[in-house]
Write a protein that binds this ligand. Structure first.
Ligand code: FAD
Length: 467
């Protein structure tokens, strides 16, 4: 059997590419070394972390019910059941991908895929048996793996010193937890365990958390996390992580130089980012080039330097996000089917699923300044939004950045309850090249949190009504 497309890896990039290619009439095979489909995202990333974020948020919310006139007894945590909810959520999602493969007549091969040469992939099953499959096009969608700490030897045991994979499966709530790295994954999982009772300290190398986010957003978010009891140490360089008699200790020093300090905790989460995963794929033998950061090098159409070999998702340049990988999967499938697939990298939203949420699309104020773009800022706080008051969700704001000359919206940033849903109206507007005036003149239902988006757009364009 020869395939039109062989996809190696079934994360959001790979499985979506496979389904889309099959929908477009191509004969598709996938190769996956994990027991279940769905990649990092469905198995140990986006989906399980969101199940725990939601459950821990519900647990925590009961502490504040009395403000709404609801008196509830102190909630009791059943962590085993909470983890079972997470596992069930993962199972239903990965089973869903298996169902979609069947529905779209995609042949699935279990084992480690290796590119033998352009057009040929070997699949080594767990029992060592090897089979070879052939296809016109090969798609590398092997994703990413946990990054370490530069220059520091870290012995991850996934019990005491954990990556995100261990942090979504802790058997008991640690009394204390250190999170090394104040990015999205560390802050989300730090929030989970903080809400369940752990005293969490975040140690971050940069002088702000969520390094790439708009500085206003990052500052506000840090204040909120502080109020929730999470201690954040910025501009701090971790120089050692060691297991102790009880838990582990982390040594760190000011980035600018100065005395080192040591902190101990029951659990240390290493969340310093992720690196592209290409081990064992045979790229060197196949002559596929990597860039200086170990990512598979591609052109504007996801093509590597070797004819017939393509790559998408975390293993290539760009933000390591599931929806970016998915959109690349769709675009590549369209290209392979002779269509004109395209991803607009200027309009990729990103969300931090804490409570409140943080969401962002397009440029930050710092990026516009650095690029010398003349811009306007419209900001609207949730304290001035009726629905937010009714829901006791007044923390945060919406910030719209628009071009000073044309009024075209260049970026949107939201901190607040439901930010991860609200960001999409700014995303759609930007995809269509809309202006702050377009957004400000679009009728928004009252009372909704989304009215703050409209008001921020009005603020960028002229003046908000309710402030
Ligand atoms: P992956 O999902 O990593 O999938 C790659 C697959 O390839 C894996 O199943 C792997 O087993 C398989 N594979 C690798 N090598 C081989 C081989 N040689 N042969 C066969 N199979 C192979 N992103 C978001 O957008 N939103 C979120 O909320 C979010 N939360 C996250 C939370 C955590 C804790 C983590 C760790 C990540 C999170 N991410 C989130 C990031 C997201 O998971 C990734 O961006 C996404 O999974 C990338 O998809 P991918 O298809 O490129 O690769």
């Amino acid at each position: 059997m020869s395939y039109d497309v062989i996809v190696i890896g079934t994360g959001p990039g790979g499985y979506v590419a496979a389904i889309k290619a099959a929908q477009l009439g191509l004969k598709v095979a996938v190769v996956e070394k994990r027991a279940t489909y769905g990649g990092t995202c469905l198995n140990v990333g986006c989906i399980p972390s969101k199940a725990l974020l939601h459950a821990s948020e519900m647990f925590h919310a009961t502490h504040h019910m009395d403000e709404l006139g609801i008196e509830v007894a102190a909630p009791k945590l059943n962590l085993e059941k909470m983890l079972a909810h997470k596992d069930a959520t993962v199972k239903s999602n990965v089973d869903g991908v298996a169902f979609l493969f069947k529905k779209n007549k995609i042949d699935a091969f279990h084992g480690t895929g290796k590119i033998v040469s352009a057009g040929k992939v070997s699949v080594t099953a767990e029992d060592g048996t090897v089979q070879e499959i052939e296809g016109k096009n090969i798609v590398i969608a092997t994703g990413s793996d946990v990054a370490g700490i530069p220059g520091v030897k870290v012995d991850l045991d996934e019990k005491v010193i954990v990556s995100s994979t261990g942090a979504i499966a802790l058997e008991k709530v640690p009394e204390t937890m250190i999170v090394v790295g104040g990015g999205v994954i560390g802050l989300e999982l730090g929030s989970v365990w903080s809400r369940l009772g752990a005293k969490v300290t975040v140690i971050e190398f940069l002088d702000k958390i969520l390094g790439a986010m708009d500085a206003d957003v990052s500052k506000q978010f840090q204040r909120m996390l502080g109020k929730q009891g999470i201690d954040i140490k910025l501009s701090s360089k971790v120089t050692g992580v060691e297991k102790g008699d009880k838990g582990a200790k982390v040594t760190f020093e000011p980035v600018a130089g100065g005395a080192a300090q040591t902190l101990e905790a029951d659990v240390v989460l290493i969340s310093t980012g992720r690196v592209p995963y290409t081990a064992g794929l045979g790229l060197e033998e196949a002559g596929v080039k990597l860039d200086n950061r170990g990512r598979v090098e591609i052109d504007g159409h996801f093509k590597t330097n070797v004819e017939g070999i393509y790559a998408i998702g975390d293993v290539v340049q760009g933000p390591m996000l599931a929806h970016k990988a998915e959109d690349e999967g769709v675009a590549l499938a369209e290209i392979l089917a002779g269509q004109h697939g395209h991803v607009n990298y200027d309009v990729i939203p990103s969300v931090v699923y804490t409570q409140p949420e943080v969401a962002s699309v397009g440029k930050t104020e710092e990026e516009l300044k650095a690029a010398g773009v003349a811009y306007k800022v419209g900001k609207f706080p949730f304290t001035a939004n009726g629905r937010a008051r009714a829901m006791l969700a007044t923390e945060g704001f919406v910030k719209i950045l628009s071009d000073k000359e044309t009024d075209r919206v260049l970026g949107g940033h939201i901190v607040g309850f439901g930010a991860g849903e609200m960001i999409h109206e700014i995303t759609v507007l930007m995809e269509f090249g809309g202006s702050a005036e377009d957004l400000g003149r679009t009728c928004h239902a009252h009372p909704t949190m989304s009215e703050a988006v409209k008001e921020a757009a009005l603020a960028a364009f002229f003046k908000p009504i309710h402030m």
